[in-house]
Each structure stands twice: as C-alpha cells, then as structure tokens.
Write a protein of this length. Structure first.
Length: 277
C-alpha cells in the first residue's frame, strides 16, 4: 500500500477516534423546557402538597363540628356540597402522563381515557373526612363538570365507587356535561338541605361570579369574600389547571399552541424583579 494512502487512512481513523471521544465527553442533551414541569413535580413529590390537603380537611372537620353544634331544632337535614376532581379525586398520574407526552396544557382526549380507566386516586385526607361527615349524619353531594359522552355519569360513579367513597349514587352525584356553572345544581340542593360546607379547588366551585376573564377582577371578587374561606368554603390547591386560566386566556382549557405558551410565560412574568438595574 502506498505510504500516502496509509497516512490518509491513519489520519482518518485518528480523527474518527477523536470525534468519538469528544461525543462521549459532551453532556447529555438538555430536554426542552415544559411549562408543566415545576407544577407536576410539586404535585408528585412535595410533602407540602399533601399537607395542604390535610390542612383543608382538618379545617373542614372543625367547621363542620361548629356548624352542627349551632344548628337549631327543626332545621333541614345537614349537607356538604363538594367538587370531585382535585378536591376529593387526585389527578397527579394524569398530569405526569401529559408531561411524559410533552404536553403543556390540559388534553381532553387523554383526560377522557384516564377517567374511563379509573385513573383518579383519593386526595390526602379525603376519605377520612367524608366518612367522618357521614358518621355525624351529614349527607354529601358531589357536583362536577365533566364530559365523556353518554357514559359520563357512569364513569364518575365508577371512580367514586372504586375508591369506596360514601353516597356513591345518582341521587348524590350531579355531573354537568354542557356547562361549568354549578350554581343551579347547588341551589337545588340548598333548597332541600342545610348546606354547612362547600369544598372545591376552583373559585367557581363556590360562586359563579368568580368565572370572569380578568385576573385583577377575579382577585378583587375573592378579596371581597375572603372571610368565607376557611369558614363555609374550603379550597384545595391546583397549580396545573382550573378557571384561574380563564382569566389569562379567556377560556379554561386553552389549546397547546406557541402563542398560548408565550402568553402563559408572559402572565408568569408579571411583576418580575428587574434584577436591581
């Protein structure tokens, strides 16, 4: 073999070896950022997440005891009205699935499959509180906004029964397929029962007036009613979705688009520190 050709081959092999060593020494590619990462990691790992649920149900039990002690003879039967998802039914596995699929916003199709597969789990302290309320003679009504087609109620009852929650029957479960407005259903219950407590993870679970498209207006309305929270209203944490997003996007379940991702980041950047400049 001519010396020139041998030299070229040797140089090529040396270059390839050098490139291979350089690739091995390079850090692994950084995954693309996802708007859900911090919120889902908090849901899945933070003891503080669990603590907030335990705190909420402890407050609810204390307020229930007080309300029962203050009842007058002849009062209507006592009741609690509660939301389901992210109040009593946890959705952490759903959000982790979205993250694994590089989704950054709520996905209806994935949610419907997850609900049908009995994906929900109990939130920390939920079952203990529900059982305690039942032991005190209090009926529990579940009012939720869901839409999985004709089987929506069947799936909801299946979720509740799988977790052995009390009052798992059609009389105590109201599912709104076409609206997120819970007030008519809540008022119908209040017409027959003495509603002592309301539980939810969205302000809209308590009053429809919070369902607005303006962040500042929503906060002002909440400030006006601040004394009700921790009294008749008990709210639980939900950093991944809810009607708070309507105030940012004009809808509660915005599409996963570059424009909406940019809008979300802009909302998070409001009031940002300027770095001392």
């Amino acid at each position: 073999m001519p010396r020139t050709r041998t030299t070229i081959i040797a140089a090529t092999l040396l270059l390839a070896s050098s490139l291979l060593r350089a690739q091995e020494q390079m850090p692994a590619a950084t995954p693309a950022s996802n708007l859900l990462t911090a919120a889902v990691a908090w849901r899945q790992t933070a003891a503080e997440y669990r603590a907030l649920y335990y705190q909420g149900f402890n407050v609810a039990r204390d307020r229930l005891d007080r309300a029962l002690a203050a009842r007058q003879p002849g009062a209507r039967k006592p009741a609690i009205i509660s939301d389901l998802d992210d109040t009593l039914l946890g959705s952490n596995s759903y959000w982790s699935f979205l993250l694994s699929q590089d989704k950054e916003f709520f996905d209806d199709a994935a949610w419907d499959r997850w609900v049908a597969a009995n994906g929900p789990s109990l939130t920390p302290g939920a079952l203990e509180f529900l059982e305690y309320a039942r032991s005190r003679g209090v009926e529990i009504f579940y009012v939720s906004s869901r839409d999985q087609g004709e089987k929506t109620l069947e799936y909801a009852l299946g979720n509740i029964r799988a977790l052995r929650m009390p009052f798992a029957d059609a009389e105590h479960v109201t599912i709104l397929r076409d609206s997120s407005n819970k007030e008519p259903a809540q008022k119908a219950i209040a017409a027959q029962y003495d509603v002592l407590l309301m539980l939810g993870d969205n302000l809209n679970d308590f009053q429809r007036r919070y369902y607005v498209d303006d962040v500042m207006q929503r906060n002002r309305l909440l400030d006006e009613d601040r004394k009700a929270f921790g009294e008749k209203y008990v709210i639980f944490p939900n950093p991944t979705d809810g009607h708070w997003m309507k105030a940012i996007f004009g809808e509660s379940e915005p599409a996963d688009t570059p424009a909406n991702r940019a809008r979300f980041r802009a909302a998070a950047s409001q009031g940002a520190w300027k770095g001392g400049d």
